[in-house]
Design a protein around this ligand. Structure first.
Ligand code: GLC
Length: 659
């Protein structure tokens, strides 16, 4: 059962699509205070678990830390950070009492989950204008299912998006892009997508391509398509300020950019230098910005990633002025105290989100009051436009920043992680929480974005990425080269990525079933084994679909790992020589050995999964000849469609296979 409580006058976010009955008063859990801001306080039982928060830091059980949901471009994903790129304000308390709460509040909101006091959950925000949704059900899983129905069907990508993609910030020339594809193809390492980072553009101008490098861009796109590769360009939130650049000229002329209080266009320096932000909260400006994607679609492009849409601001003239004034004052005192200058690294701390406005329903709304909706609406602009432009063709689309509601328009990647072993685990933990909030198409930069990767780190990370819907190797400018062919024995990479392709019929089926039924693709163990007291303790394994459990190795130099089995399972290893090892393991704890070039998978008792032969692209997979892996006598419901059109609900898409 879902009910809605309204406090003050909430900003309409369109996060929830279902008609939810509104009830007076406050939910019958914890206490509420509305003086000096909104505050919900709940005393947690010693064993209560708190799930949710989507793309937030730390564990699957969120207890023991404070999370400030305010979309932030922070590339240092240490354990200390409280704000990441997204704001997914949905939590589930599971224990003495079990209930879910969605705080539909579009600005900074804090979840103190046992940080100030270990037994106290407090959620607070400065203004008392929000819609609060209470979800009651039999279990956390049931609550997730109900919540997911209320927020609408998750985004469904084309099937090729289940292939492997290579990316790097720094590829510039057409020759560089071609080399990546040539080298993957020469080594027969599967590849479906090649990502174009900012340098493909003409001076970092959205919806342009560098004319010198790409004199015939449609020709390049089609050449790549002939080799089975989809090009996926990046689109940044900021539109470069440059007279004569039509997107800029039009946006200014029509008043589609965010404005300062005095009505002038707000200036923010991002990669292109000075930019303006399209006012994607205004439906008219949103439709206008979305329509620009058509240019690249007309050139043959069928996928995009939206970036810098927190929005990230490196610098504004207003802050520079403040900073200069403070610096000058500080320089008058010796010894010079650098702290007195107080240069703040983040736009929210610098007050820059208070400097510009959105035009919504005839009102001017200051950005900081709706900050968490920007990335969501940028991606909504694209998603709505793609549906208009190509009504019966799915496009790949994912974003860095998001809010619940955006899950209907695109997926996400988890932003600028690092080549750290701990980030393999962070990647795994986020996946289940993201599914609770509707984000099914998700993945991290495999191998790590910042810092230098190593061969073993990349292989281990790929062995997790085999299972995440988005499987992309991406790294930052200036880091060590990270394509699979840069390392010795590339056949190990061919094998690990090949396992992904062997599993695509399974992963795609489970994804589609999850999306079409508002279900989860990844679940915490406790959602599947609610009676097992050990299951909630497991933070480094996940259930995948209805058949499998994954337990990747994420420790440097480890030859294997401990794994917990809540029931009897078939332990499968995809061995480097292309064969499989299979062993039935009893419930309980085990140490399993997994070599660097192997992929481990656990199949639940009585289940089986389909397996294809590996291929170099998703399109080349032979799904007419699948084998079944798992327990004899088991059957599997395969979902298969053309992977492109939007006719998902056809019963002919399902077929039952029996082992
Ligand atoms: C941001 C993105 C990253 C991208 C870079 C350059 O840091 O998160 O993925 O490579 O910008 O566009």
């Amino acid at each position: 059962m879902i009910q809605k409580y309204i406090f003050g006058s909430p900003f309409p976010t369109d996060a929830v699509t279902a008609q939810v009955p509104q009830v007076p008063g406050v939910p019958p859990y914890g206490t509420f205070s509305l003086s000096g801001g909104f505050r919900f306080t709940y005393t947690m039982g010693a064993d209560d678990i708190v799930y949710g928060l989507g793309a937030a830091n730390r564990g699957i059980n969120k207890r023991g830390y404070r999370y400030v949901n305010s979309c932030t471009d922070d590339t240092m994903h240490s354990e200390a950070i409280q704000s990441m790129y997204a704001a997914h304000n949905f939590i589930i308390v599971s224990g003495r009492e079990t209930f879910g709460l969605f705080f539909d509040y579009p600005s900074s909101i804090t979840f103190d989950i046992g940080y100030t006091r270990m037994d106290t959950l407090t959620v607070f925000c400065p203004r008392c204008d929000l819609a609060l949704y209470l979800v009651e059900g039999d279990s956390p899983y049931d609550i997730v299912r109900q919540f997911r129905r209320a927020i609408g069907r998750s985004y469904i990508p084309p099937k090729f998006a289940f292939g492997f993609g290579q990316s790097r910030w720094g590829y510039k020339t057409q020759a560089e892009f071609r080399t990546v594809v040539e080298r993957y193809r020469a080594l027969h390492i599967p590849l479906d997508m090649l990502y174009l980072d900012i340098d493909y553009m003409d001076h970092y101008k959205d919806f342009t391509v560098n004319p010198e490098e790409f004199p015939d861009f449609p020709g390049f796109v089609s050449d790549m398509a002939d080799q089975g590769v989809h090009l996926v360009p990046i689109i940044d939130a900021g539109v470069k300020v440059e007279e004569g650049y039509d997107v800029y000229d039009e946006g200014v002329e029509k008043g589609y950019f965010c404005k300062r209080a005095d009505g002038s266009e707000f200036l923010a320096a991002v990669w292109p230098g000075y930019t303006h932000f399209p006012d994607v909260l205004d439906p008219e400006a949103r439709a206008w910005f979305g329509e620009k994607y058509r240019r690249l679609i007309d050139a043959g492009v069928d996928g995009f990633w939206n970036d810098m849409n927190e929005p990230s601001i490196f610098y504004t003239p207003e802050y520079a002025e403040q900073f200069r004034a403070k610096l000058e004052a500080a320089l008058k005192t010796v010894p010079f105290n650098p702290n007195a200058v107080g240069a703040k690294p983040k736009p929210e701390a610098r007050g820059e989100y208070e400097l510009f406005y959105h035009h919504v329903d005839g009102r001017q709304v200051r950005h900081d009051l709706v900050h968490n909706l920007y990335g969501y609406n940028m991606t909504r602009a694209a998603g709505e436009a793609l549906e208009r432009i190509a009504p019966d063709k799915r496009m790949l689309l994912f974003s860095r920043s998001s809010y619940i509601g955006m899950h209907r328009y695109g997926g996400i990647w988890t932003g600028d992680n690092r080549s750290w072993w701990s980030h393999i685990l962070l990647n795994l933990k986020m996946m289940a929480s993201l599914n609770m909030c509707g984000f099914l198409y998700a993945g991290a930069d495999l191998g790590g974005f910042g810092d230098n990767t190593t061969r073993d780190l990349l292989l281990r990370w790929l062995a997790l990425g085999v299972f995440t819907p988005l499987m992309r190797d991406h790294t930052a400018l200036g880091t060590r080269e990270q394509e699979c062919y840069q390392f010795e024995d590339p056949e190990d990479f061919r094998h690990v990525i090949g396992v992904r392709y062997r599993l695509v019929p399974y992963l795609y089926s489970e994804y589609m079933k999850a999306a079409l039924n508002d279900d989860m693709y990844f679940k915490p163990l406790a959602f599947v084994y609610p009676e097992d007291p050990m299951a909630p303790q497991v933070e480094d394994q996940l259930m995948l679909g209805d058949q499998c459990m994954i337990a990747p190795v994420y420790v440097q130099n480890a030859r294997g790992r401990y794994v917990y089995l809540p029931e009897e399972m078939l332990f499968v290893k995809f061995l480097a020589d292309g064969t499989l090892s299979q062993e039935v393991l009893a419930p309980g704890h085990h140490y399993v050995e997994v070599a660097l070039n192997e992929v481990p998978l656990f199949i639940r008792r009585g289940r089986c999964i389909p397996l294809a032969e590996a291929a170099e692209t998703v399109a080349a997979l032979d799904t007419a000849h699948l084998t079944l892996l798992g327990w004899d006598g088991a059957s599997y419901e395969l979902y298969e469609d053309d992977g492109v059109s939007r006719s998902y609900d056809d019963p002919a898409n399902y077929r039952t296979l029996t082992k």
